[in-house]
Design a protein around this ligand. Sequence first.
Ligand SMILES: [Zn+2]
Length: 109
Amino acid sequence: MIRDDGLWTPNPTTHPLSADRIESETVTRHNEWTIEPDYGPDVDPPAYVLTCVSEDEAGRQCLADSGEVSSVTDYQEFIRLHLWGHPGHRSYRLLAELGMVARPAVEPL
Ligand SMILES: [Zn+2]
């Protein structure tokens, strides 16, 4: 999901992390928890690193990376430029550092 400000964030209904509802047995036995992105004012903005994991004929990964970027546009530009020099490099890995928060369905007593 791309927010209005152009940043990518997990879609709360489809992303495996944010969509998971986990039952906590450590806090209360019957409470459900939702994990979702945290956009609080004290949370660092998202940061992403995109790495090319395309392999050459010997099976060595390229590992060229975008460096830390803060928007989808930035890492799309990295792909565009990388494909220009390496047209066969089509496999990438995205690492995202994104604040997340766990919210209980019912606040523990
Ligand atoms: Zn590459």
